[in-house]
Design a protein around this ligand. Structure first.
Ligand SMILES: Cc1cc2nc3c(=O)[nH]c(=O)nc-3n(C[C@H](O)[C@H](O)[C@H](O)COP(=O)(O)OP(=O)(O)OC[C@H]3O[C@@H](n4cnc5c(N)ncnc54)[C@H](O)[C@@H]3O)c2cc1C
Length: 292
């Protein structure tokens, strides 16, 4: 199923994201994770791709996406980054995906690091255009940033660049995580003003421990609203309470987004079945009601 078509048939699309385990020795854990997530009936599950990752890791992205489709009959989306990759590397991965029946790709640049420099593709839009030209049967999604990407001079420039991604064939965006819905609403207003038409899903990450928040914020630069910081500080010494509060915060964020007509929710599960299950169960009736 073409991911973009989901948005024609549903008012609110609900998707999950998983990542391949970092250590090849712990690969079995992902099978348990997928088994646990299958009952949540997401519209699709996306699988991350380590930018410039080892052959084994890249194989795992494809293998996990294939398993999601064949074993659980859930639509998979394979992430694919282009920093550090040649055209030949990308073609090889596309052929692997096609052989496994995976037709949906989240086309990304990946972070530029000393190990991952631009080779053949400067931006995700170049990758999207390349994939479309190579094989038009792939459906392409892309990333967007409600608070702006850190490389962009400002949010308006970043949104102008999103238009280039849309023009290159990206038919759906998934947003970077954020903790303040007002940033997302302001972003959506700007996106609408510049005429971007494709559906946009809001990326939500439940934060359930203090180390996670420090890591997450330093990686993606999401700003923290006062009520979020108060919650983190209040329960910092009580991991059980902090987990409950983090799940409640994410759930409240999602319900507010749905009340404000978001087109989709993409839950960054962090491979945590319990957290994903608690959140999904809390919002299942609400999403079902919207999709009646
Ligand atoms: C939903 C989501 C999933 C992700 N999954 C992964 C993953 O699996 N693996 C991974 O390694 N990383 C992942 N990332 C992180 C992502 O790779 C980084 O944020 C990366 O730095 C930018 O990728 P991009 O695809 O947004 O890049 P781009 O779209 O290329 O944007 C990067 C910068 O270039 C600018 N720009 C974009 N297009 C143009 C253009 N045509 N001309 C001029 N400037 C332009 C943008 O404004 C921005 O500042 C994910 C991010 C998100 C939001």
């Amino acid at each position: 199923m073409n991911i973009q078509r989901l948005f024609e048939s549903k008012k609110v699309v609900y998707s999950l994201e998983v990542f391949p385990p970092k250590k090849t020795t712990s690969i079995d854990t992902i099978y348990n994770t997928l088994y646990g997530l299958r009952g949540l009936k997401p519209d699709f599950i996306s699988v991350t791709y380590g930018a410039g990752g080892s052959e084994t890791q890249k194989n795992k992205t494809c293998e996990i996406a294939s398993l999601i489709r064949s074993e659980y009959q859930i639509e998979p989306v394979s992430h694919l980054t282009c920093a550090g990759s040649t055209k030949e590397d990308i073609i090889e991965f596309l052929n692997r995906l096609k052989a496994e029946g995976v037709h949906n790709i989240l086309a990304l640049r990946g972070d530029i690091t000393p190990e991952n420099q631009v080779i053949d593709f400067e931006h995700a839009s170049d990758l999207a255009a390349f994939i479309k030209k190579y094989d038009d049967s792939f459906n392409i999604s892309g990333a967007c940033y409600p608070e702006g990407h850190c490389d962009a001079a400002n949010i308006d420039e970043d949104i102008e660049n999103l238009k280039k991604k849309e023009a290159a064939g990206v038919g759906h965006f998934i947003s970077q995580l954020f903790f303040d819905n007002d940033h997302f609403y302001e972003f959506m207003n700007k996106v609408e003003k510049v005429g971007i038409k494709v559906p946009i899903e809001a990326g939500i990450m439940p934060v359930i421990n203090k180390a996670q928040i420090e890591r997450t914020v330093s990686m993606c630069g999401a700003s923290l609203p006062v009520k979020f910081s108060k919650m983190m500080n209040k329960y910092a010494q009580d991991p059980v309470a902090l987990k409950d509060a983090g799940i409640a915060f994410a759930t409240e964020q999602i319900i507010d987004l749905i009340n404000n007509d978001v087109q989709g929710i993409h839950l960054y599960t962090m491979n945590n079945v319990e957290t994903a299950t608690r959140i999904t169960n809390s919002i299942a009736n609400i999403i079902a009601s919207c999709n009646k």
